[in-house]
Design a protein around this ligand. Structure first.
Ligand SMILES: NC(=O)c1ccc[n+]([C@@H]2O[C@H](COP(=O)([O-])OP(=O)(O)OC[C@H]3O[C@@H](n4cnc5c(N)ncnc54)[C@H](OP(=O)(O)O)[C@@H]3O)[C@@H](O)[C@H]2O)c1
Length: 197
């Protein structure tokens, strides 16, 4: 089964981000549910891919094919000399100014993740991005993924070709769902968890 995370990663890269081979792509939140698919898909689509995650998951991001990795506990992707054509913002809720600083002058940021807190709508940063975008040369966007047959077919083709593999950290039986959710909320999961029924 192809989960929503994979569909989200594909739509963010292709439909919203309009990624092209050779572009520099930053996946902020490379080690989680959406990010583990996004890194693999960005590579499969020919992008030079940088993954951002925490120290203990850098090896995972590398194993997914990331050309470069950034440890967000030590380095700031927006402080580096590098600039990116496309940023998929999945984790950490960086400010819009940090996202813009890390983009090329005409680059695109796709905000996928929710707010870390502090906004009554839960979408303050996303809405500010959409409001600001028409007034700057960079494109700042948000989106909500949709289930579409053609995307499922595309993902199935990548899986069949061996370029996309779901990263399942652990499998839990149904009666241990609370434990699984605690692991997820504690940020301890690498990729996805699966529940067996
Ligand atoms: N727009 C849509 O249609 C859509 C669809 C699906 C999901 N989402 C949203 O996307 C978000 C992520 O979902 P997920 O399933 O991928 O979550 P997840 O499995 O919990 O992954 C979160 C990722 O964010 C990283 N992260 C945490 N703090 C960070 C920081 N300060 N800087 C950079 N990266 C950081 C984590 O790295 P470490 O684990 O190494 O700390 C991990 O890679 C959620 O808010 C979810 O609601 C949106």
């Amino acid at each position: 089964m192809v989960p929503t995370s994979a569909i989200t990663a594909l739509q963010a890269l292709c439909d919203v981000g309009r990624v092209k081979a050779g572009q520099k792509v930053l996946i902020n939140g490379a080690s989680g549910g959406v990010g583990t698919y996004a890194v693999q898909l960005a590579k499969a689509l020919g992008a030079e891919t940088t993954g951002v995650c925490s120290t203990t998951k850098l090896d995972l991001a590398r194993s997914l094919g990331a050309d470069h990795v950034i440890d967000y506990t030590r380095d700031d992707f927006a402080d580096r000399a590098h600039r990116y054509d496309l940023i998929l913002d999945i984790g950490g809720s960086p400010t819009l100014s940090r996202l813009r600083r890390a983009l090329t002058p005409t680059g695109t940021a796709v905000i996928i993740g929710g707010e870390a807190g502090g906004s009554w709508t839960g979408m303050g940063r996303q809405l500010r991005a959409v409001a600001l975008s028409p007034f700057v040369h960079q494109r700042l966007t948000m989106f909500v993924s949709k289930l579409r047959t053609k995307d499922l077919e595309t993902l199935a083709a990548f899986i069949d070709a061996g370029t996309l593999t779901p990263r399942i950290d652990r499998t839990y039986p149904l009666d241990r769902v609370p434990e699984a959710m605690l692991q997820l909320m504690a940020g301890k999961v690498r990729g996805k968890i699966a529940i067996t029924i």
